[in-house]
Design a protein around this ligand. Structure first.
Ligand code: SF4
Length: 324
């Protein structure tokens, strides 16, 4: 890979969860997460709720400060070699809750024009840009520009949030469950819009979702997270056709199928993930893994190369090339 457009280096984020002194407890939300994003690609991020996907997204866009680790944008350390303000115009985020993301007292045209005016654009230019962007995301500015958030449907509001992100002319957009709250037909329309925008503008996406079908549809590569760590990462075709981590295998086996002959009769993944305040020693998945063996509870597995650009953190792959 040439210089990645965005990369995470050993990101760690633990949140205080009560207790005092030596007894203080921490939620280990993100634990030593590293990955790279090539310009123009879409990285899907999957995992059960509580696996650290959203915290990782907020660390990536610097809405949260990591306890340790760095984010690099085009090879520059964000916050040190690249000022935060410059970074924020290049890397934008769209959240799941389309309503909470919009100021209820702002019209949609003002909501989209707000970012460019803060970054020094004249009001008339910013308004013109907002009109063009609303039009581009499928909302007629003469009909929707003067409306408030509560006057729009969820799909329309999410289109405004996408226009708002585009108003900064970003290179990267992090989409955190951005289509999850929409019904299926609206979801498909917004996904098509995102794919068109990516093609037109050469955008790079980090697409976070619990829906493995949607992630497969939109992603070039997929990263699977479990209890704040990367279990597996690789190209979408090889990860879906030949998953190497038992957790990925279980997630894929639990995917709903429209084919009645391929319906899963047993739950491949039993129970809830362990408490992230006190994660299991060794491999964090060993308390639920159907293939657990002696070393799993004693030693955390390193990432092993299982394909050209495909890696899995599991002792079962230790005979393959060790990379970290
Ligand atoms: Fe399962 Fe062991 Fe692999 Fe962890 S390291 S996923 S417990 S086989």
């Amino acid at each position: 890979m040439s210089t990645p457009i965005l990369s995470a280096h050993n990101l760690v984020k633990h949140f205080k969860a009560g207790g005092f002194g030596a007894a203080r407890k921490f939620v280990r939300a993100v634990n030593d997460v590293s990955f790279e994003l090539a310009s123009g690609e879409t990285l899907g991020v999957v995992g059960e709720s509580g696996c650290g996907k959203s915290t990782m997204a907020r660390l990536l866009v610097q809405l949260l400060t990591p306890d340790s680790g760095e984010v690099h944008y085009q090879g520059k350390v964000v916050g040190r070699e690249l000022p935060l303000k410059a970074f924020r115009s290049k890397v934008q985020m769209v959240f799941q809750d389309s309503f909470a993301s919009l100021n209820p007292r702002m019209t949609m045209i003002d909501a989209v024009a707000f970012g460019p005016t803060v970054h020094g654009m004249s009001r008339s230019d910013a308004t013109r840009k907002a009109q063009d962007l609303l039009d581009r995301v499928g909302l007629d500015p003469s009909r929707f520009g003067g409306r408030y958030a509560h006057e729009l449907s969820g799909g329309q509001r999410q289109r405004v949030n996408i226009a708002r992100a585009l108003a900064f002319d970003p290179q990267v957009i992090v989409l955190d469950e951005a289509v999850s709250a929409l019904d299926k037909s609206v979801e498909a329309q917004v996904l098509n819009l995102l794919m068109d925008l990516r093609r037109e503008r050469g955008l790079t996406y980090v697409f976070i979702s619990h829906d493995l079908n949607v992630v497969r549809h939109i992603s070039d590569r997929v990263m699977v997270m479990y209890l704040g760590e990367v279990a597996e990462i690789g190209p979408v075709e090889s990860l879906y056709s030949a998953p190497c981590h038992p957790y990925t295998q279980a997630l894929l086996a639990a995917m709903p199928s429209l084919d009645p002959d391929r319906r899963t009769m047993e739950a491949p993944l039993a129970g809830d993930p362990p408490n992230p305040i006190d994660p299991p020693q060794g491999c964090r998945f060993h308390t639920r893994c159907s293939r657990v063996f002696a070393p799993c509870s004693a030693q955390a597995p390193a990432q092993h190369k299982v394909g050209k650009t495909h890696f899995a953190a599991c002792h079962l792959n230790s005979a393959k090339e060790h990379v970290a």
